[in-house]
Write a protein that binds this ligand. Structure first.
Ligand code: VG1
Ligand code: CO
Length: 563
């Protein structure tokens, strides 16, 4: 096959955000936008290790332009002298499954074609994410170096004559002009390796008996939101766990546009699951996002488990999972905006707790150096050191393992947890896709308050309560392993009673700016535990909106999504 060197013009906006580069699908399809980004990645990898010695993994979440993207990557990898690509059949593989394959076969990293929870289709979003050899998202030093290259690129290389059927499991070799070694492509099953991993972590017999009690089934409802998880759900729950009668599944056929919905497992975008649960027929419900790394957990009648509580409850019960009995339990970590619920478990167990900026890439070093065993984010992400991505299915199987052992309902388990540790009430308000510069000006003003300390020790009345500001800063983080420094990760306002307000701008959107407001407040009065979080947090929310003058800056008087 002949190597073609094609001319191209650089773009200035290919800076990866919280989790890869996300843009409208149409943007990726035009003017070599996709090719430029991929070439810049190959050039960057080459600086560390000759591509002739590299094996890379390629997968995606099944959205529009994933199959085409995989084919272009195969042609470009050939032209760039990559030794071997391991490709998911049809290009579809969940983000956690890609992380597993990268680690299992000791490869040099991988490319995940996903915009995760962003809607898909020709009029929605597309994304590209690079993972490193530990299976985790590339850290900022690498994504910045790739971004530098995207601003200088003049050419990309491609073997456009290479054509391979990515629907068939097989290995194929190609002779490339000017290369001494053949280029190899292996198409692998997307689900097999992942199922094997889950079986090595959990006790499938216990799960099987939970779902197959002779008289009364423990019924559960799983909604894959038409994302990548469908095949994993049916394989694990219906085949491996033989739960055809007890596990009702929905939207388990991956669709290129996710049926026109946001494949985001929260109370707004996964409302179908909430409604299905309300009748009380199911003990447990779960949903996943487009690429399968997020999860939402619901109990009977739609009882909502916040991701912050989910992390804390799992931390408190990890010993029921065989993997942790063998590997031991190190510390825990959570992203800064995530509530402090897990901190209390860590404290009680005498374990270390790390607070990182938003984004899974910050957990990688902590896991590699065995500082932490599990970690999570308020954005419906939970995971452990079995891989280096958050993992929706892992979270669900962890929850079912706990429920099978403690023999209590989800709600009962949460109540018991709060009795022991107190309750962190938590909510997040998202103001999505705001046009104009308002959100930036709002953040700038808050940064000003952080610098001047002028709000420090000030007391604000809200409703029947008074809040005094004890600390206000723009969160920064020094990685304890490699000392890399990350700043401007969100405005924190911490009050004397321990309550927190956080403001930050999203780094995963593709249009306008999205403002996120996070509110976390701790209560240890048992009479409050069954109260509604929105009601409890109302005074803090209105105080937050006042301090930031959110309505004035953004023109919004209501959030797009509340979780
Ligand atoms: C959001 C979440 C963050 C998560 C990221 C990627 O980022 O807040 O916690 O790690 O999405 O998740 P941001 O910058 O929009 O707040 V996924 O499942 O979309 O890859
Ligand atoms: Co995701």
């Amino acid at each position: 096959h002949k190597v073609e060197i094609r001319e191209t013009k650089p773009f200035t906006d290919q800076k990866p955000g919280t989790s890869g580069l996300r843009k409208p699908t149409k943007t990726f399809k035009e003017n070599n936008y996709f090719e430029n980004f991929i070439q810049s990645y190959f050039d960057d990898v080459q600086e560390q290790k000759p591509l002739q010695q590299c094996t890379l993994v390629v997968g995606g979440d099944g959205r529009n332009f994933v199959k085409e993207g995989v084919k272009i990557i195969i042609q470009m990898a050939a032209a760039n002298n990559v030794h071997k690509l391991i490709v998911a059949s049809n290009g579809i593989m969940s983000t956690p499954a890609v992380s597993n394959v990268i680690r299992k076969y000791s490869t040099d990293g991988g490319i995940v074609l996903t915009a995760s929870h962003n809607p898909g289709g020709i009029n929605a979003d597309y994304g590209v994410k690079f993972n490193i050899s530990n299976g985790g998202p590339a850290p900022e030093a690498i994504t910045n170096s790739i971004w530098d290259k995207t601003r200088q690129i003049t050419h990309f290389k491609i073997c456009s004559t290479i054509d391979i059927d990515i629907s068939q499991l097989h290995k194929q070799q190609f002779q490339i002009e000017g290369s001494s070694q053949p280029f190899e492509v292996e198409i692998i099953d997307s689900v097999d390796d992942y199922v094997e991993l889950m079986k090595s972590i959990f006790d499938f017999d216990i799960l099987k008996s939970l779902l197959n009690y002779e008289k009364e089934h423990f019924k559960i409802m799983i909604n894959a939101l038409s994302g990548v998880m469908g095949p994993y759900v049916t394989r694990i729950f219906h085949q491996e766990l033989q739960g055809k009668d007890s596990v009702i599944v929905k939207n388990c056929q991956p669709l290129e546009d996710f049926g026109g919905h946001h494949p985001d497992p929260n109370l707004t975008y996964a409302h179908e699951l909430v409604e299905d649960m309300e009748h009380g027929d199911y003990e447990f419900g779960a949903a996943f996002d487009g690429d399968g790394d997020r999860n939402m957990i619901l109990g009977k009648k739609g009882f909502f488990v916040t991701p912050c509580d989910s992390l804390a409850v799992l931390a408190a019960n990890l010993n029921v999972i065989p993997y942790f009995r063998t590997h031991g339990i190190n510390g825990y970590a959570r992203s800064m905006p995530t509530s402090g619920a897990v901190d209390r478990v860590a404290k009680k167990q005498g374990k270390e707790l790390y607070e990182t900026p938003t984004g899974w890439k910050f957990f990688g070093n902590l896991m590699d150096s065995k500082k932490i065993s599990i970690c999570g984010e308020e954005s419906f992400g939970t995971g452990s050191d079995h891989i280096r991505e958050k993992d929706g299915m892992w979270a669900v199987l962890s929850w079912l393992s706990v429920l099978a052992t403690v023999n209590k309902s989800v709600e009962h388990l949460l109540n018991q947890h709060w009795q022991t540790y107190g309750r962190n009430f938590f909510t997040r308000y998202d103001y999505e896709e705001i046009d104009g510069s308002g959100p930036f000006a709002m953040l700038k003003r808050l940064e000003g308050f952080c610098m001047s300390n002028e709000l420090l020790n000030k007391t604000f009345p809200s409703g029947t309560k008074q809040y005094t500001i004890q600390l206000m800063d723009d969160f920064n983080y020094t990685d304890p392993i490699d000392q890399s420094y990350t700043e401007k990760q969100g405005i924190r306002i911490i009050f004397t009673d321990g309550s927190r307000i956080v403001f930050r701008l999203s780094g995963t959107g593709s249009r306008g700016a999205t403002v996120r407001l996070y509110v976390d407040s701790y209560e240890n009065d048992p009479s409050t535990y069954d109260k509604d979080a929105q009601e409890m947090l109302q005074p803090l929310v209105s105080l937050a909106l006042n301090i930031a003058q959110l309505k004035e800056f953004t023109g919004r008087d209501k959030p797009t999504v509340i979780t």
